[in-house]
Design a protein around this ligand. Structure first.
Ligand SMILES: NC(=O)c1ccc[n+]([C@@H]2O[C@H](COP(=O)([O-])OP(=O)(O)OC[C@H]3O[C@@H](n4cnc5c(N)ncnc54)[C@H](O)[C@@H]3O)[C@@H](O)[C@H]2O)c1
Length: 279
């Protein structure tokens, strides 16, 4: 059996670490012995989170940065490498959600989600891969996509687009970085209990918003459960973590038949639009 502290002496970076999946993964990494560098744009929440960890004796450092700011994000990578001396694990996890009917979402909102969910991930790859190459073999790069990065879905087109993009980037990089000894993990969560859905800008009729939040309450998994599987995937060199809470039936129907999935999605959307018209 491997040691419970299989990450002792390793340095991990997690983006979006002040909340939800990032926070839980950061904690799991520290519990396995890693020194943790938590990155987030929410200064207040990050400061409180890092204080909570340090008070509990965990080796955490906080870095306030908007990952969509290329120069600032690169500087954080360089600063962490300089102060910690190495970087072994990077989890590019920070993300936002934007939704509504695609045609009615303003271009500024599309740009905002592309900048955070796609461009910031690319900036992370450019900034951190050179450092991960120095600690390879044994280093790892983790991406958070989504179940909606496997199955398109009405009312979340901007989010689905960016999460498909992350999945494509990760799959390509997994092949490119394997010869260098960097292991790539892609995470595809269904619904997770976090701040993402309750605080996101999704233009839904109030009745549906209530239903989505009720469903979230019922089926969403705690982020700690996902975090446990993410760290296990790093340890066991698994390539994907697929945990589909609330999204399982969609995933399986699409695997069975893409045309059946598209037909059912079409029917569902027509029904939703009729409901919306009737108020
Ligand atoms: N919650 C879900 O149901 C779910 C499902 C699938 C995938 N995901 C993905 O998981 C990831 C984490 O989301 P979560 O559910 O933990 O949400 P969350 O809102 O609880 O946490 C996201 C964190 O990212 C930070 N963040 C957002 N934009 C940032 C930026 N530009 N720079 C730095 N930090 C930024 C936020 O401040 C926040 O602390 C996201 O990529 C999300 O798309 C979430």
């Amino acid at each position: 059996m491997k040691s419970a502290l299989f990450l002792e002496g390793k340095v991990a970076v997690v983006t979006g670490a002040a909340s939800g999946i990032g926070k839980a993964t950061a904690e799991e990494l520290m519990c396995h012995g890693a020194e943790l560098h938590a990155v987030d744009c929410d200064a207040e929440r990050l400061e409180a989170t890092v204080k909570e960890w340090r008070d509990a004796g965990l080796p955490a450092h906080g870095h306030v940065v908007d990952c969509a700011d290329e120069a600032a994000f690169r500087k954080v990578a360089d600063d962490i490498a300089a102060s910690a001396g190495r970087i072994d694990i990077v989890h590019l996890n920070a993300g936002i959600a934007v939704g509504g009917l695609a045609e009615s979402i303003p271009a500024a909102e599309w740009r905002r989600i592309v900048n955070v969910n796609q461009m910031a991930v690319i900036y992370g790859v450019l900034a951190f891969v050179p450092y991960l190459k120095r600690t390879a073999p044994g280093s790892a790069l983790v991406f958070t996509s989504s179940a909606v990065g496997l199955c398109g879905f009405p009312y979340v087109a901007p989010y689905a687009m960016t999460k498909f993009a992350v999945a494509g980037l990760a799959e390509s990089l997994a092949a490119e970085l394997a010869p260098a000894g960097i292991h790539v993990v892609t995470v595809f969560p269904g619904m997770v209990r976090s701040r993402l859905i309750p605080t996101s800008k999704i233009d839904l009729p109030e009745k549906w918003r209530g239903k989505v939040l009720a469903l979230l309450d019922r089926v969403a998994m705690p982020p700690e459960k996902l975090a446990h599987c993410i760290v296990k995937a790093i340890r066991k060199k698994q390539r994907t973590v697929i945990m589909l809470n609330g999204m399982g039936p969609f995933f399986w129907v699409k695997r069975l038949s893409v045309s059946l999935y598209q037909m059912l999605l079409g029917w569902g959307t027509r029904w939703l639009l009729r409901e919306k018209k009737q108020g």
